[in-house]
Design a protein around this ligand. Structure first.
Ligand SMILES: [Cu+2]
Length: 299
């Protein structure tokens, strides 16, 4: 092929792809497909981009109207990044896990606001939503954070750093830690109104609807009697973390404190979409912290 026939062939190819994009656009959205297909064809010099121009048109429509993704799904946002010193840990051994929060210039962020009595909360859980841990790393002189970390069972774990930089916004960044070995993953337990831990029975009430702020209340009993003397834990009557099954999106919840009677712990929760979530409640009684988990179905 000489240069001019190569140009002609490329033009013919472009015309053909443009046609395909138009057809694909129409198939997806007969009303607005033409304009978007033309846009895709015009802005896609990369051949693999053009090959699924119709698919892109569909994605663009969704992305345009959607709100920001929930916290915890990303290791970085436009302002802050979580930088961990390791991505693996041996099963069953306690080792130091050290990480930094850095700004857009790569400088270590050192100043954090107190939230629930701590400047940074670290949540770790295996990707099948087992093995939940809630830890409080120690900040070192260079601004990095370190915590002794131990994962008993092999598998892929998600680690979330939950913090608010001084003069910044509440942020949750997440990263994976891989523990080599034979992982025996389990299915998510079915939703239930009760769960037990360390001899306590905890009941959950509240019916969250997708995207609506809902009050969730937990009632703690032991041997059939209300546990009225729950102790404060992290400046509240309890601590709750909600993780979405499937992607482990980390949903912020707000404890509702003062007005709650003795054996009850309430939170305002917004679960963004339909689907299943795993709720991890921690409460303190007789100087011990107990962790209990619930599967919550959102319609
Ligand atoms: Cu914490």
């Amino acid at each position: 092929m000489n240069a001019s026939s190569r140009v002609a062939a490329f033009a013919a190819l472009l015309a053909a792809l443009f046609g395909i994009a138009m057809v694909a656009g129409k198939a997806i959205d007969p009303k607005g497909g033409d304009a978007r297909a033309a846009e895709n064809a015009g802005t896609a010099p990369a051949m693999d981009g053009m090959a699924d121009a119709g698919g892109h048109a569909e994605t663009d429509v969704k992305a345009g109207g959607a709100s920001a993704p929930p916290p915890g799904l990303a290791v970085a946002d436009p302002k802050l990044r979580l930088v961990a010193d390791r991505t693996t840990l041996p099963a069953g051994r306690t080792e130091a896990y050290t990480f930094r929060i850095v700004d857009a210039h790569g400088a270590t962020v050192r100043d954090f606001a107190l939230e629930h009595g701590k400047r940074l909360h670290l949540i770790a859980v295996r990707r099948d939503l087992t093995g939940y841990q809630h830890l409080h790393p120690t900040q070192q002189a260079d601004g990095s954070w370190t915590v002794p970390l131990r994962f008993t069972a092999p598998g892929a774990y998600r680690v979330f750093a939950d913090f608010t930089p001084e003069d910044g916004e509440k942020t949750t960044l997440g990263t994976d830690v891989l523990v080599d070995g034979d992982a025996a993953y389990g299915a998510l337990p079915a939703p239930a109104a009760h769960a037990t831990v360390d001899g306590y029975d905890v009941a959950i009430s509240g019916a969250p609807a997708a995207g609506k702020m809902t009050k969730l209340t937990f009632t703690v009993t032991r041997d059939g009697r209300a546990v009225n003397d729950l102790q404060p834990y992290l400046e509240a009557r309890g601590h709750l973390v909600a993780l979405r099954a499937g992607d482990l999106a980390y949903l912020h919840v707000h404890p509702e404190d003062e007005a709650t009677p003795g054996d009850r712990i309430s939170f305002m929760t917004e679960l963004p979409t339909a689907g299943r979530y795993r709720l991890f409640l921690q409460f303190k009684h007789e100087d011990r912290i107990h962790t209990v988990a619930f599967t919550q179905e959102v319609q």
